[in-house]
Design a protein around this ligand. Sequence first.
Ligand SMILES: Nc1ncnc2c1ncn2[C@@H]1O[C@H](COP(=O)(O)OP(=O)(O)OP(=O)(O)O)[C@@H](O)[C@H]1O
Ligand SMILES: Nc1nc2c(ncn2[C@@H]2O[C@H](COP(=O)(O)O)[C@@H](O)[C@H]2O)c(=O)[nH]1
Length: 194
Amino acid sequence: MNGQGQGMIFVFTGPDGSGRKTIADMVGSTLGMTKVLSYTTRKPRAGEAPGQDYYFISEEEFAQAEARGEFVEAVEINGVRYGIKEAEIDELFQKKKFIYLILNAQGAKILKDKYGDLVTRIFIYIDKELVVERQRKAGASEELIQQHLAHYDEDMSYKDECKYSFENLDLAHTVFAVSNIIDAYMNRGLIEKD
Ligand SMILES: Nc1ncnc2c1ncn2[C@@H]1O[C@H](COP(=O)(O)OP(=O)(O)OP(=O)(O)O)[C@@H](O)[C@H]1O
Ligand SMILES: Nc1nc2c(ncn2[C@@H]2O[C@H](COP(=O)(O)O)[C@@H](O)[C@H]2O)c(=O)[nH]1
């Protein structure tokens, strides 16, 4: 693990459909940050690729890895398992000073508790109506949209615990604002307590 003040783990969180992945990946590729991929038992959606969006594994493989204590955090959302392997965070963080993850609030809390000041949480949100509009436009099923809406209020209640929050109205504007914050950590050693 990197020493204190030498790197940062950025956790993007917020309601499903708010644009976390889009923003995290755009900022990540612009600034050269490395993403820590989650393992999941769900099947890839259209446009998703194994090893790029997630590691897609079977329920049995997930259960075995969990029994071996490999996950630093593992959750179940709508009957699907998701988890992050501790060894992958530690290995990446040895090699790269700035890494990022996209997690729900439960996972963000666990990472914050475990890695403390090394973790900075960035909360991305939009209002419910816009979630529905964007998800429909992106071709999400009504079932998936309803699943997302079911925990929207609970997801939003985590906003005040996060150091930074951005309403993702205009994509370029949000990417610019988030990039500026992360760039400050990368280039000026701006490490404040969260
Ligand atoms: N500012 C924006 N304006 C318009 N569309 C956007 C904006 N940001 C993201 N989107 C679109 O909204 C949709 C959801 O974005 P994204 O998948 O990044 O969200 P998410 O928070 O990671 O949610 P999920 O976990 O459900 O994928 C995508 O179709 C994406 O292209
Ligand atoms: N706590 C964790 N949350 C995770 C992880 N991987 C993804 N997620 C969150 O799950 C939901 C659903 O994701 P989807 O891609 O199936 O729509 C979303 O909020 C993700 O951010 C993880 O490893 N741990």
